[in-house]
Design a binder for this molecule. Structure first.
Ligand code: PRP
Ligand code: MN
Ligand code: MG
Length: 182
């Protein structure tokens, strides 16, 4: 449809739908972590939008740290073997850690990341993700705060990229097949 530009097929989640879910997720996190310390860990680059929008809705005092990870292997899909490109600066000993992500696709990245962070002696490790593709799951990921389950289609926007583009869209959209050679 031309109203979202020639590269996009359709808007899957509007800015309003994202905002509504961010409000709900923030209220739950505030309630669950009342009286506890909380370290938000954003996974670069996709999580930047969720991190910025979720964290500013929290009344709870938090700290923020960032990791950048990359999947080994060929192709565009996650292989499950993950390499740390940039590690946390924080010591996780005794901390309550909440990983902030844009999407759980195969689940391989988060499955690896949760066990990696758990090995560092934190009090707890939980996950907040705006999106999840249930039909793409290859690994079990226990997500505590979830925005939306979406179909197994190529989506961009709100942090999600195709070849580093479209991350800055304020909504989530499906990519037109001609863009990725379909
Ligand atoms: C994307 C997305 C998640 C991960 C999900 O990141 O932001 O982090 O893939 O995929 P999975 O569940 O199949 O492992 P990507 O590796 O593309 O890096 P980016 O965040 O910099 O775009
Ligand atoms: Mn990512
Ligand atoms: Mg990406």
């Amino acid at each position: 449809q031309s109203d979202v530009g020639p590269d996009l097929a359709e808007v899957l989640l509007t800015e309003e739908q994202l905002t509504k879910k961010l409000d709900e997720m923030a209220a739950q996190i505030d309630a669950d972590y009342a009286g506890k310390d909380l370290l938000l860990v954003g996974v670069l680059k996709g999580a930047v939008m969720v991190m910025a929008d979720l964290s500013r809705r929290l009344h709870h005092p938090v700290q923020m740290d960032w990791m950048a990870v990359s999947s080994y292997g060929s192709g565009t899909k996650s292989s499950g073997v993950v390499r740390i490109l940039m590690d946390l600066r924080s010591d996780l000993t005794g901390r309550n850690v909440l990983i902030v992500e844009d999407i759980i696709d195969s689940g391989l990245t988060l499955s690896w990341l949760v066990s990696n962070l758990r090995s560092r002696g934190p009090e707890s490790v939980e996950i907040a993700s705006m999106l999840r593709k249930p039909d793409a799951a290859q690994a079990d990921v226990d997500v505590k705060y979830l925005g939306y389950d979406i179909p197994n289609e190529f989506v961009v926007g709100y942090g999600l990229d195709y070849a580093e583009n479209y991350r800055n869209l304020p909504f989530v959209a499906t990519l037109a097949p001609h863009v990725y050679g379909g």
